[in-house]
Design a protein around this ligand. Structure first.
Ligand SMILES: Nc1ncnc2c1ncn2[C@@H]1O[C@H](COP(=O)(O)OP(=O)(O)O)[C@@H](O)[C@H]1O
Ligand SMILES: [Mg+2]
Length: 403
């Protein structure tokens, strides 16, 4: 066997070994490939640049023997030797970078580039980038068989990179599926608890009324009626939230914009939603203010915020409109505000603060739904602590304001 042949076998053997040891770590594979090339071809430095074929930019991901400044994406077309490697699918060798205009003269001078080679990491249908090597400040020669060998190595390395990339994508997909599965499990456990408990109470009360209603004292009836009202409201609210969720999920929120006066809508909403708490509410929205947006979605946001403010905060609860530089609807209460450690999870589905979990019922869906509706309206929903209490701000696009 010739020397060259055994060198080639040695290189491929090294590459296979790297991949066997680090099958799915692209970074480690490329580091090792760079290192092997440097020692085999006497390169003092080497880099791997990733190619973004969409906007034809390159970006160094591995560098050995020098420091490429920062994390910048460079235009591929400024580096003709890379373009040549991409177009031919073969290693491109430049004997003298300056005279052959292989790259911008400033870069060639700054990094003292003389001879340089670019090996495309190419698969038949895609190019991931380039392996580039040189000897700082020095020229060298590469023969045609050297370039064949480098081209072949680039192709093999590209296969491994693509497999490792695929594995990373799969790993992410599995992670996402696990997350969805956990959410589904939370959903089943919370929804079944939130459904079963009020249904059991309602069923118990209606059987009592059915079987021995005529024997109950008036004060017992009053109590049963109140519990019935409370538990059926709890059920209604959960069913409404689940319907909201599924509508939002399939994008079936129609979002028909219409002109309306939010003040009227909010007043009507509150008397329907919390008839026994109207005295705890202040609506400071100018009755002449007109908006053009989807009123049903806006009501769903406000309803969720008001119910929360009355359940977790303290009265008075205030609904204000703020028109400086946009349209904002603010719901504020005078309670303790949201537990600071819970704030990052506030808008997550099925999440509830520890204090409220102990003291109140709920599925932890209201704010997730409210934020989704706010986003359907082209706006957003945010929380900030107020002094005292909680402040939720619904921001709408300025186009929603009727001038
Ligand atoms: N106004 C508020 N003041 C204090 N905590 C609040 C307020 N609004 C919401 N929270 C906290 O956020 C949690 C999530 O609210 P939400 O998504 O509506 O679900 P749920 O009301 O079913 O618990 C509540 O459990 C509570 O801990
Ligand atoms: Mg709620």
């Amino acid at each position: 066997m010739t020397d060259r042949r055994s060198r080639e076998l040695q290189l491929f053997h090294e590459l296979a070994r790297v991949v066997a040891e680090e099958p799915f770590d692209v970074g480690r594979i490329l580091e090792r490939v760079c290192g092997d090339l440097r020692s085999e071809f006497g390169f003092t430095r080497a880099l791997v640049a990733r190619l973004n074929e969409g906007d034809r930019t390159v970006h160094a991901v591995i560098q050995q023997g020098f420091d490429w400044p920062g994390d910048q994406w460079l235009l591929l077309d400024r580096f003709p030797f890379l373009v040549q490697a991409l177009e031919t699918g073969r290693a491109a060798f430049v004997r003298d970078a300056l005279t052959e205009r292989a790259m911008p003269g400033k870069i060639a001078a700054q990094f003292e580039v003389r001879s340089i080679v670019a090996i495309p990491l190419t698969l038949p249908q895609a190019c991931f980038g380039f392996l580039v090597g040189d000897r700082a400040g020095a020229g060298f020669e590469l023969s045609a068989p050297d370039l064949d060998l480098l081209t072949a190595l680039g192709r093999v390395a590209a296969v491994f990179v693509s497999k490792a990339d695929e594995y990373t994508r799969l790993e992410r997909a599995v992670e996402e599926l696990r997350r969805i599965d956990a959410v589904k499990r939370d959903f089943i456990s919370i929804a079944s608890h939130e459904l079963r408990t009020p249904i059991a109470v309602v069923h118990g009360i209606t059987s009592t009324l059915h079987l021995r209603g005529e024997h109950l004292r008036p004060d017992q009836l009053v109590e049963l009626r109140a519990t019935l009202y409370e538990q059926s409201s709890r059920l209604t609210s959960l069913v409404e939230q689940l319907l909201d969720l599924s509508r939002l999920e399939v994008g079936a929120v129609h979002g028909e914009a219409e002109r309306f006066r939010p003040r009227e809508r909010i007043d009507t909403l509150l008397t329907r939603l919390v008839p026994d708490r109207v005295d705890d509410l202040r609506v400071e929205v100018d009755p002449s203010l007109e908006l053009e947006t989807d009123p049903a979605a806006l009501e769903r946001v406000v309803a969720n915020l008001i119910v929360n403010a009355l359940s977790y905060g303290l009265p008075p609860v205030c609904v204000r409109a703020c028109l400086d530089g946009g349209v904002r609807l603010i719901v504020e209460d005078c309670g303790k505000g949201v537990d600071p450690e819970f704030v990052p999870d506030l808008f997550e589905r099925f999440s509830r603060g520890a204090t409220s979990r102990r003291a109140t019922t709920g599925a932890g869906l209201g704010l997730a739904i409210a934020r989704s509706y706010a986003q359907e309206l082209g706006g957003d929903l945010a929380y900030e602590p107020a002094a005292p209490g909680a402040r939720f701000t619904l921001t709408l696009p300025s186009a929603a304001l009727v001038a």
